[in-house]
Design a protein. Structure first.
Length: 244
């Protein structure tokens, strides 16, 4: 089991590091705002870039979850482990399902943003990328961070509370866990991701900042004030951008 945890942790870490290197080299950056018409090639390019970004941002936050999954699974009740105990294969299945949900979500975000920008006048799309526009978008991020919905989703996807309720053995169980974890993770982070997308700001500063926030929320002891403090930080940053 120790070797499985080490192997999975090393693999996830290598993927995340590679994704950040690609991002730094501008291979994984999402440049520009989505627009109509959308063809298959454009969507595939976006999905590829989005996947790189998600691996860079979300895999480090998933690593503590995976390590705990492989550890806690050893002591689960026999009926829970009926489909097979935790191993490298189930961990990879969990990660694959988790990433697949995020990729599908990103494609939906892209199509939705393209439709939205197609309905807005050009002046509105230009305004979104200005400091004031970004500041207003940060206020939306702050409002969501302070909302009960954010707090509930964070509670559900925190490793300790998630495994207590959703742990299942075997490949089928890993698919279900990956889906459930991704569902609540999207619930926690979707406003940040939409911010990165619609403001055309999928740059290193915002990516790294949001990745640090998400990682802290998953690894710090579960406390309602953690997301709220970050929300207040976004509120302050947005206010500064608007006023200056």
């Amino acid at each position: 089991m120790v070797s499985a945890r080490l192997g999975v942790g090393t693999l996830i870490g290598a993927f995340a590091l590679t994704a950040w290197v690609l991002t730094v080299l501008n291979i994984g950056l999402m440049m520009g705002t989505p627009s109509l018409p959308i063809d298959i090639a454009t969507l595939l390019i976006f999905v590829s870039a989005w996947t790189v970004g998600m691996v860079a941002m979300m895999f480090p936050t998933a690593m503590p979850m995976l390590m705990m999954l492989l550890h806690v699974g050893r002591t689960s009740k026999p009926d829970v482990k009926a489909g097979g105990g935790p191993n490298a294969a189930s961990a990879v299945t969990f990660v694959g399902t988790y990433l697949g949900i995020w990729v599908a979500t990103g494609a939906g975000f892209f199509v939705g943003a393209a439709i939205l920008f197609g309905l807005l006048p050009l002046s509105a799309t230009v305004f979104i990328a200005t400091p004031v526009g970004i500041g207003l978008a940060l206020l939306v991020v702050a409002a969501y961070q302070l909302s009960p919905v954010k707090g509930e989703c964070l509670f559900r996807c925190h490793p300790t509370s998630f495994l207590f309720k959703y742990y299942r053995g075997g490949i089928k169980g890993s698919v279900r866990m990956g889906y459930e974890y991704a569902k609540y993770c999207v619930g926690c982070c979707w406003v940040m991701m939409v911010f990165l997308l619609v403001s055309a700001s999928m740059g290193l500063v915002w990516m790294a900042g949001f990745a640090a926030v998400i990682f802290a929320e998953r690894t710090l002891p579960l406390n309602k004030w953690v997301p709220r403090l970050f929300g207040l930080g976004f509120l302050a940053a947005g206010s500064v951008l608007i006023l200056t």
